[in-house]
Design a protein around this ligand. Structure first.
Ligand code: 4NP
Length: 159
């Protein structure tokens, strides 16, 4: 059975589409595309239908990724369709908990920081939207580490 992973951030135009892209790249590199189905969504519907933020796309390109996604908000059905729902910061987690339709759904919610390597000097992925280039670089750095650890965790049979 495929494990279905949903990455969630506030706008679904920076961090979570980048997470989806990095994780899909890891699956491809490991010839493990059949292990997981991956998507991303936002707490806000404000950017619905938009492609990722230009600054995130440019950072992705400079790091060797092609970032393609159409922003969409989280919906109740996601809590039934996905096995693992991963928020990028504490506010995403609180908003996801508010929307979870059941206790079982609540159990699917994880913090991205659960997958950071020991010693990582962050406990979330800072929102890069209102900052400069460095925030987008940090986003990719943290996601490359977390997604590798997430991949190994799922490959071992966890969900
Ligand atoms: P993201 O970044 O949550 O990483 O996609 C943001 C994008 C848009 C907004 C905030 C954060 N916004 O307020 O529109």
């Amino acid at each position: 059975m495929m494990t279905k992973v949903l990455f969630v951030c506030l706008g679904n135009i920076c961090r979570s589409p980048m997470a989806e892209c990095v994780f899909n790249t890891i699956l491809e590199r490991n010839n493990a595309e059949t292990l997981c189905k991956v998507d991303s969504a936002g707490i806000l519907a404000y950017h619905q239908g938009e492609q990722p933020d230009r600054r995130m796309r440019e950072m992705a390109k400079s790091r060797g990724y092609t970032l393609i996604h159409e922003s969409r908000p989280v919906k109740t059905q996601d809590f039934f369709d996905f096995d693992i729902i991963i928020g990028m910061d504490e506010s995403n987690i609180e908003d996801l908990k508010d929307r979870a339709p059941s206790v079982e759904a609540m159990d699917k919610i994880h913090r991205i920081s659960e997958f950071f390597s020991p010693g990582t000097p962050y406990d979330h992925i800072p929102d890069p939207y209102y900052g400069g280039t460095e925030g987008f670089n940090t986003t990719v750095n943290l996601l490359e580490d977390a997604c590798e650890n997430l991949y190994e965790w799922i490959a071992k049979g966890n969900k």
